[in-house]
Write a protein that binds this ligand. Structure first.
Ligand code: UGA
Length: 441
């Protein structure tokens, strides 16, 4: 089948590569010429396990092309996927300019039946706005071309995106027209393992499903972070509580890890956008507001522990930081808890020596050679001359470090752990002051 994808960001690129991988003929289009040139040289703008090899393989096989030519893409694909960004506006609502601009450019040159698929995370009602945009343009052109607008939200996790796409738990198809639904079914057939993964529904429910999923996951995390704060105050251990409640299959073990606050390009933005949608229809989303507030507070948790440990004075202190990306297996720094921590430390007069396995270039791009930040090329190198070690991202390589080396390199044996990686009893035995989230020392 012929597929065109607008937007070569995270979602667009993964979607394009995976559709090509199963034999489709895919054209990816982006307005950013530099990005398209880089992709045509085989350079992938993001780090995502397996993506580079998949893009290369399919480019070489001639099934995956990159272009800035929107008309070519419109002429190419029976399916026109919209996978461009929806950045948050000041009031938290999603900015639909890019989505609607793509809808307009599809309508500007389409002259055969097209299925327009919203893959970007877009507020409820966006498919209607896409349809209006297409209608308007076709009307100006004075032509009538049959088309459908489908909502097919993406549920990829960064760091596992290829696997998530190739072996989806579900594929949501929001569609008010049977012919388009059948076509989508055929397109996704190669990804249906064991049983049909396709869940069909009306367009608005599909649009809301995307937000509902992310908001539910964010709620689980904020709930656990809130409980961690209570555990601290009553002398309980949140890790034991986590194991205790997760055993109930109605609760489950997934996504109940307390931490330094959720980050990334999705949860913060989507919780806000859903709250905005609710306000727009005169509903006060109390729970969603609380989820966001708890997360915001959690991003200060480690800084507060650090400040307390040093009796409120951090001037001239130096901290080793392990992990900068918002989660492991990605170089994404968007809304990463590490940023809030570093900024608070700098403001308090402290400095940071940091290491991340993948996000160093991104950190350089964000902070340049900012005073107070030294980027080191190994975890061990960060420790030299520091007062304490702070862990912000649970990369596997931090899970079993050489604690003797840490103790000798640091000025004092102190660890602040934002991801609860170690056993407090073991660390106490090794002579560390160990601060974790919601765990007694
Ligand atoms: C999230 C969703 O998990 C995907 O299903 C969704 O498709 C995606 O957003 C999206 O909307 O595009 P992602 O942002 O890649 O995926 O990252 P997650 O793995 O969900 O982690 C988000 C944040 O939550 C991270 O900062 C992570 O450290 C934190 N987290 C996660 C916790 O603090 N505790 C947990 O138990 C789990």
């Amino acid at each position: 089948m012929r597929v065109s994808i607008f937007g070569t960001g995270y979602v667009g690129l993964v979607t394009g590569a995976c559709f090509a991988e199963v034999g489709n003929d895919v054209v990816c289009v982006d307005v950013d010429a530099t990005k398209i040139e880089a992709l045509n040289r085989g350079e992938i703008p993001i780090f995502e396990p397996g993506l580079e090899a998949m893009v290369m393989r399919n480019r070489e096989a001639g099934r995956l092309q990159f272009t800035t030519d929107a008309d070519q893409a419109v002429g190419h694909g029976e399916f026109q996927f919209i996978a461009v960004g929806t950045p948050p506006e000041e009031d938290g609502s999603a900015d639909l300019r890019h989505v609607l601009a793509v809808a307009d450019s599809i309508a500007a040159s389409m002259d055969e039946a097209r299925i327009i698929v919203d893959k970007s995370t877009v507020p409820v009602g966006t498919a209607d706005r896409v349809r209006e945009t297409v209608e308007r343009r076709l009307h100006t052109r004075g032509v009538a071309v049959p088309y459908s607008v489908v909502s097919n939200p993406e549920f990829l996790k960064e760091g596992a995106a290829i696997d998530d796409f190739m072996k989806p738990e579900r594929v949501i198809v929001g569609c008010d027209d049977a012919r388009a639904r059948e076509k989508l079914h055929a397109l996704y057939a190669p990804f249906n393992r064991n049983h049909d993964r396709l869940i069909s529904m009306d367009v608005r429910s599909a649009e809301l499903t995307k937000y509902a999923a992310n908001a539910m996951l964010a709620t689980k995390i904020s709930f656990m972070n809130e409980l961690a704060n209570i555990a601290d105050r009553v002398g309980a251990d949140i890790e034991r509580v986590r194991i205790g409640i997760g055993a109930d299959p109605r609760i489950g073990y997934h996504f109940i890890y307390p931490g330094a606050g959720y980050g990334g390009s999705c949860f913060p933005k989507d919780v806000q956008a859903l709250a905005r949608t609710a306000h727009d229809v005169d509903y006060v989303p109390q729970l969603l507001q609380a989820v966001e507030e708890v997360n915001d507070r959690q991003k200060h948790y480690l800084f507060n522990r650090i400040r307390e440990h040093y009796h409120g004075d951090l001037t001239g202190r130096r901290f080793a930081l392990w992990g900068l990306s918002f989660k492991p297996n990605t170089d994404d720094m968007r809304e990463a808890a590490s940023r809030r921590l570093m900024e608070s430390l700098w403001e308090a007069g402290a400095s940071v020596q940091a290491f991340d396995p993948k996000a160093m270039d991104e950190v350089r791009r964000l902070y340049g050679d900012r005073a107070g930040l030294t980027l080191c090329d190994s975890p061990d190198a960060t420790l030299e001359g520091c007062d304490a070690l702070v862990i912000m991202t649970e990369w596997n390589q931090f899970r079993s470090p050489d604690f003797d080396l840490i103790r000798t390199r640091l000025n004092e044996p102190v660890i602040f752990d934002g991801r609860n990686l170690y056993d407090p009893a073991v660390l106490a035995g090794l002579g560390f002051h160990y601060y974790a989230i919601g765990r007694p020392p």
